[in-house]
Ligand binder design. Structure first.
Ligand SMILES: [Zn+2]
Length: 430
């Protein structure tokens, strides 16, 4: 298994595009510097929020922001900001950034490459003596992954005012350490969460670069992904209730077997998304069988469906069709059905003007583009509810992510940074 190393990045140094103000050696150096923190025996990275590892990586990043002259501050929950002041500081800012925390044993690029791309883009403008009209503000959001407290996209939700002090009380990690205690231990003020709220009208637009975490760009040999929308997940649990009986003594025609019903349902769920839209997806990733014994016909089976689309209407229609299918199967097999509605996060559409700006920057530099939805949630999904927000994707080798095998080549990193630099300047000039 190949894992991250600086030498591996530098193998493709000669294929890197020339980008004014961005030296690929600096990019490799900085990625490698962040990849010294939270290293796991498998060659991955674990940087949970409100830990020493996360503080270390933020300190490193803060040092880079200060070294290029950004005005740095941290809010009451640990979101880190660096301001590159524009010609008219009274105008709403263009914000850009991502996160530095990881999943357990995650990769070197998820989040880190986004933060670094925003930094390199701003640094390039400074080196070239370009000062945009609007201030550009780099944001490093705390706890995007939710790996420690099961409370993801946390920093951006705090910034948009979605989190109250009472909400914070609900969360604790696997060792029983509460979120508020963990925050206090690192010197933050959970009771002052409201002070970290920013007004949507003070943010003109938000732009985040992220690794694709899928295989589309690689398969189609495109360098830049233009995200047209971020699919909000919606979860529904379907419980089929039948009869728990002996596998040997119950004739086939007398059974109320919920595993068979669930199987029929799962195969049906797989076929439904394409009837609703090209971007809709539905997944059964979790099935619980009761009592789950080899010689027992299961009297109860729970099937959890994750449904996503970038358009709320088609996603909701698909969920209704999935529910109707479960009801039809339960009725036909004379089973009872319980339906539980879980989380439902609204999808975000990326405004055309941002998609067009990304396309223009990529195409004028000879890069191949592909428009695609983001199936995964990101900080841009939260920002996008309130301010025009866009995302630039760069290819992930073999689509691998959340694993030590996560990889994006140095030329692909450079292409992404080139696009970020131009689009940020363009947005900040409006
Ligand atoms: Zn991420």
């Amino acid at each position: 298994m190949k894992v991250f190393s600086k030498d591996r990045l530098l193998e493709e140094l000669s294929q890197c595009p020339k980008v004014d103000g961005i030296d690929p050696l600096d990019v490799a150096e900085r990625l490698a510097k962040m990849a010294e923190i939270g290293v796991t025996p498998e060659g991955g990275f674990t940087r949970y929020p409100y830990t020493r590892e996360e503080q270390q990586v933020k300190e490193v990043f803060r040092g880079w922001m200060e070294s290029i002259g950004l005005e740095v501050h941290e809010d009451t929950v640990g979101n880190l900001f660096g301001r590159f002041e524009g010609e008219d500081p009274s105008l709403p800012v263009v914000m850009t950034g991502s996160h530095l925390d990881t999943v357990p044993n995650g990769g070197a690029f998820d989040g880190a490459l986004g933060c670094l791309s925003s930094l390199m883009a701003i640094e390039a403008m400074i080196k070239q003596g370009k000062k945009p009209k609007r201030t550009i503000e780099l944001a490093v959001f705390v706890d995007e992954e939710g790996a420690r407290f099961k409370n993801g996209i946390f920093g951006s939700r705090v910034m948009m005012g979605e989190v109250t002090p009472e909400d914070l009380e609900k969360f604790a990690d696997a060792n029983g350490v509460s979120l508020v205690d963990a925050m206090r231990e690192q010197g933050y003020q959970p009771e002052q969460v409201a002070l970290s709220k920013r007004r949507a009208e003070d943010i003109f637009a938000f732009l985040e670069l992220h690794i694709e975490q899928g295989k589309i760009l690689e398969n189609e040999e495109k360098q830049i992904g233009i995200v047209n929308g971020i699919a909000g997940p919606s979860w529904r649990t379907f419980t089929f209730l039948g009869s728990t009986d002996h596998a040997g003594n119950t004739p086939m025609h007398m059974r109320k077997d919920t595993v068979v019903a669930a199987s029929e349902f799962i195969l049906g769920v797989e076929k439904l998304p394409r009837q609703f839209s090209e971007t809709a997806v539905a997944t059964v990733g979790k099935v619980n069988v009761f009592p789950n014994g080899t010689n027992v016909i299961a009297g109860k089976t729970e099937v959890v469906v994750d449904a996503r689309d970038i358009v709320a209407e088609s996603r909701d229609q698909m969920l209704e069709a999935i529910t109707a299918l479960a009801q039809e199967i339960a009725e036909k097999r004379e089973l009872e059905l319980k339906v539980e509605v879980g989380i439902s996060i609204p999808p975000v559409i990326v405004p055309d003007c941002i998609q067009n700006a990304i396309a223009k920057a990529a195409e004028t530099n000879g890069l191949g583009v592909r428009t695609l939805p983001s199936g995964a949630g990101h900080d841009a999904m939260i920002l996008g509810k309130y301010v025009p927000s866009g995302m630039v994707f760069v290819p992930s080798l073999n689509g691998k992510s959340h694993s030590p095998e996560e990889w994006t080549s140095l030329p692909d990193c450079m292409n992404g940074m080139l696009v970020m630099k131009e689009v940020l300047f363009e947005l900040a000039s409006q």
